[in-house]
Design a protein around this ligand. Structure first.
Ligand code: OKP
Ligand code: ZN
Length: 343
């Protein structure tokens, strides 16, 4: 009898494609919004062209309880308010009040800035729809691992999640998909979240900052020069019980694979092994790619497979979640390359 090789389950829902952020500002210039649906299209196409590797699936609706367990009532209310904006209108917050000196009303879309930390992340009538289906894809991939059905699963989670915290959004992120999956897996064991997006995963860090059962690690460009600017320094190590359970690794501009590998082997992996996790969530951004218009590292397509192989050598059941990556044309092949490292 011929034994069939198990394929990697990949989750995606077409409703994730109904949200179209139009533009944002870059040093005074209006630019096309980097987080376009072309990104998910590129990945979807690449996944579909590798039927021998992947089993493409549609998620079920995410239980509202698992969103509520991760995000404040007010934030969810705000997204719900945005859902009744007229078609084609988007709200870009421009007033960000001092949280201690203001009284927000999440049923008033004009108050969105209270819940947001950057001006490039719009809300419109479809944001909630796309973001909740993105979270549903992540959750479904998480369930594959939770139920022991697969050793690795991937979600084309677009819009991404790692900048969103319990009660705020920004950096193109609305729901923290990694945190939602971590809270599921945490019921069965110790969880490490490794964030390899070019940007610091400030939302994920914040959610688990005082948690000693979820280790959060992010490798990224220097926050003094790159988004999200205020978080991601090596001095941020966790607090309370969570002290020692957050690790930030900063790499210089133009980082190539050898230095990236060194950081993984000498800093990241020893920390993970000491923690003795049961599960790994990989926040996978591809804005570390050499041609990425947003990030500033110099990784090649073939490097992602090597990174995947290195990470899979940790031998942990792994949920891979899509985060950033803005060189759309090569995004699909970069994602496939990373996942190939796991087979
Ligand atoms: C998201 B992810 C200024 C916004 C600057 C934000 C980058 C967000 C990256 N309005 N750009 O981590 O790939
Ligand atoms: Zn990024």
């Amino acid at each position: 009898m011929k034994k069939e090789k198990t394929k990697i389950p990949v989750y995606f829902h077409t409703k994730q494609m109904e949200f179209h952020p139009k533009y944002e500002w870059a040093l005074g210039n209006r630019i096309k919004h980097p987080e376009s649906t072309k990104r998910a299209e590129s990945i979807f196409k690449a996944i579909k062209s590798h039927k021998e590797l992947f089993d493409l699936k549609e998620p079920e609706r995410i239980p509202l309880a698992s969103i509520r367990a991760n995000h404040s009532y007010e934030l969810v209310t705000l997204y719900n308010s945005a859902a009744s904006l007229p078609d084609g209108q988007a709200f870009y917050p421009s007033v960000f009040p001092d949280k201690k000196k203001s009284r927000p009303d999440p049923t008033n879309i004009k108050h969105a800035g209270f819940y947001c930390f950057d001006s490039g992340t719009p809300l419109d009538s479809k944001t909630w729809l796309a973001a909740s289906w993105s979270a549903a894809s992540a959750y479904a991939a998480g369930e594959e691992i939770y139920k022991g059905r697969s050793s690795v699963a991937y979600a084309i989670s677009r819009p991404p999640g790692h900048h969103a915290s319990k009660d705020s959004y920004g950096g193109y992120c609305y729901f923290n998909n990694a945190a939602i999956v971590a809270k599921l897996l945490k019921k069965k064991g110790r969880v490490v979240i490794l964030d390899i997006d070019f940007h610091h995963g400030n939302g994920t860090q914040e959610v688990f900052y005082k948690d000693d059962k979820v280790l959060t690690i992010s490798i990224h460009g220097d926050p003094r020069d790159y988004f999200p600017f205020f978080w991601g320094f090596s001095s941020e190590i966790g607090a309370g019980k969570g002290e020692g359970y957050n690790l930030n690794v900063i790499l210089p501009p133009k980082t190539k694979f050898p230095a990236y590998k060194k950081a993984l082997l000498e800093t990241v992996f020893p920390t993970i092994k000491r923690f003795e996790p049961d599960y790994l969530i990989l926040s996978a951004g591809f804005d570390t790619y050499k041609l990425d218009p947003v990030g500033d590292f110099l990784l090649e397509t073939s490097d992602f497979e090597k990174i995947g192989k290195l990470i899979s050598s940790l031998d942990l059941p792994t949920v891979v979640l899509q985060e950033g990556g803005y060189f759309t044309k090569d995004l699909g092949k970069n994602a496939v390359s990373l996942l190939r490292g796991f087979v």
